[in-house]
Write a protein that binds this ligand. Structure first.
Ligand SMILES: *Cc1c(COP(=O)(O)O)cnc(C)c1O
Length: 407
C-alpha cells in the first residue's frame, strides 16, 4: 500500500489570494461599470530592462548555431554570472564573497523552500509572524511542526513583528536552531539596522544556530546605512545563508533567475556535535536535484550588472519607489499609521479594524484591491498591505479614491 507523507495533511489551505480573487469577481459582477485598481499584487508590472532583453536575444541566437550552442551548463551557474554577482553585489560593499559561494537557481522561492532539506527533522525553527508563507509551509511538509491549532502550528517559534518592536522581531527567549529573517520585509516593508542584525548574528554564533536571510528586496534600500547583505556583518559567513533574486529588482518574476550564497565557512553540526560544511552539502543537493538555469536567462541576468543595466535597474526600482512615496504621503495625510515604503515596495497600514473588513471597505467604496494582513499570520490581523507595483497613473487614481473615502 502506498501511503502519503501525512505531514501534508497538516497544511492549511492558503485561501488568501483565491479569497481575494473571489471577492473581486463578485464585486465586479455586482458593479460591472466600476473600474478596479489592484494594489494587492506582489508581482512587478513593468517590462524587463533593455540591457537584459538585448543580452537575452543575443544568447538565444547563439543557441541556434552549432559553434555557439550550449547544452547542459554547470549546475551552480555559469562563471560569468557568478563572478558578476560576487563582485557587484558583495565585494563592492565590503562583503568578501567569492564566485564559488554563489549558487544560481530558478528562484528564491524554490531555494528558501528547499534549503530546509539540509537540516535534521527535529531542528527547532523560528520564523517571523507575519511571514512569507514558503518558510512555514515547507517546514510543515518536512514534519518539523505539530498540528495547526488556534491560528498557529505547534513546535514553531513565532517571532512576532509588531508595532511595539517596529516590526523587527526580538531575539527568541528560548534556544532555536534555524532562523528565517527577511529584510526589507515582505509583507511589512520594515527594514533592519546593522546593529540589530549584528544581534542576530551573535545569537546564532552563541547558540550554534543558523540564519536564513532572504534579501529579495535589497534593491529597494535607499538608506545607505542599512545592510543590503547579512555578510556586511562581521562573523556572518559562518552562521548565515543568503537568498537573492532578480525577480523584484530587474522584473524577472516570469523569466526566473535567482541565487543563494552559501559561504565556504558556513557550518552546521551532526548529532555528535561535529562541525559540518553546508557549502559542500548544498552543492551536493543542487547538483543532484537541479540542472541549471537556461543560458539565455543567465546572460540576461548578467546584463543587470552592465553599465546600462545598472542604470536601467535603478530607474525601474525608482519608478516603483515613486509610487511608494505617493502612497506613504497620502496614507500619512489621512492620519493612518504605517511602516514600510521607504526602503521597500510594500506599505503596511494599521487599519484600526479587522483586516478583511478593511479590505472589503476599500474594495466596495474605492474599487481598490489591497492584501489583508491577517493572511500572513496572526500578527497581521488589523493590517493591510499595499503594494507599489503598478503604474504611477493607477496609484494616483487609487489614492485619490482612497482619500475620498477615508478623508
Ligand atoms: C518575491 C519574493 C522572493 C522571490 O522569489 P522568486 O522565486 O525568486 O521569484 C523571495 N522572497 C520573498 C519574501 C519574496 O517576496
Amino acid at each position: 500500500m502506498i501511503t502519503i507523507n501525512e505531514h501534508y495533511l497538516k497544511l492549511q489551505a492558503s485561501y488568501l489570494f483565491s479569497d481575494i480573487a473571489q471577492r473581486v469577481v463578485s464585486f465586479q459582477e455586482k458593479n460591472p461599470d466600476r473600474e478596479i485598481i489592484r494594489l494587492g499584487i506582489g508581482d512587478v508590472t513593468k517590462g524587463l530592462p533593455k540591457a537584459c532583453i538585448e543580452a537575452f536575444h543575443r544568447a538565444v541566437d547563439e543557441m541556434a548555431e552549432d559553434g555557439s550552442f550550449r547544452g547542459y551548463g554547470p549546475e551552480q551557474g555559469y562563471a560569468f554570472l557568478r563572478e558578476a554577482i560576487a563582485e557587484n553585489d558583495f565585494r563592492s560593499r565590503g562583503a568578501d564573497i567569492t564566485a564559488e559561494e554563489i549558487f544560481v537557481s530558478d528562484g528564491a522561492k524554490c531555494d528558501t523552500g528547499n534549503i530546509q532539506e539540509l537540516f535534521s527533522s527535529d531542528a527547532k525553527v523560528a520564523l517571523p509572524d507575519p511571514v512569507y508563507p514558503v518558510y512555514l509551509d515547507t517546514n510543515v511538509m518536512a514534519g518539523r511542526t505539530k498540528e495547526f491549532e488556534g491560528g498557529r502550528y505547534g513546535g514553531i517559534v513565532y517571532l512576532d513583528s509588531t508595532k511595539e518592536n517596529n516590526f523587527v522581531p526580538d531575539l527568541p527567549s528560548e534556544q532555536v536552531d534555524l532562523i528565517y529573517l527577511c529584510f526589507p520585509n515582505n509583507p511589512t516593508g520594515s527594514t533592519i539596522s546593522k546593529a540589530q542584525l549584528k544581534q542576530w548574528v551573535e545569537y546564532a554564533r552563541d547558540n550554534k544556530a543558523l540564519i536564513l536571510f532572504d534579501a529579495a528586496y535589497e534593491a529597494f534600500i535607499r538608506d545607505d546605512s542599512l545592510p543590503k547583505s547579512i555578510y556586511e556583518i562581521d562573523g556572518a559567513k559562518e552562521v548565515a545563508i543568503e537568498f537573492r533574486s532578480f525577480s523584484k529588482n530587474a522584473g524577472f518574476t516570469g523569466t526566473r533567475c535567482a541565487y543563494t550564497v552559501v559561504p565556504k565557512e558556513c557550518r552546521a553540526y551532526d548529532s555528535q556535535g561535529n562541525r559540518q560544511d553546508l557549502h559542500f552539502l548544498w552543492n551536493r543537493r543542487h547538483c543532484t536535484k537541479f540542472n541549471g538555469v537556461s543560458y539565455p536567462v543567465q546572460r540576461a541576468a548578467e546584463a543587470v550588472y552592465s553599465q546600462d543595466g545598472k542604470k536601467q535597474v535603478r530607474d525601474l526600482v525608482g519608478y516603483y519607489m515613486r509610487n511608494a512615496d505617493l502612497i506613504r504621503k497620502e496614507i500619512a495625510a489621512l492620519g493612518y499609521s504605517y511602516v514600510g515604503g521607504e526602503n521597500s515596495p510594500y506599505i503596511w497600514i494599521e487599519g484600526g479594524q479587522d483586516s478583511w473588513q478593511f479590505f472589503d471597505m476599500l474594495l466596495d467604496k474605492a474599487g481598490v484591491v489591497c492584501t489583508p494582513g491577517a493572511g500572513f499570520g496572526k500578527c497581521g490581523q488589523g493590517y493591510i498591505r499595499i503594494s507599489a507595483f503598478n503604474s504611477y497613473e493607477n496609484v494616483q487614481k487609487a489614492m485619490e479614491r482612497i482619500r475620498a473615502v477615508l478623508g
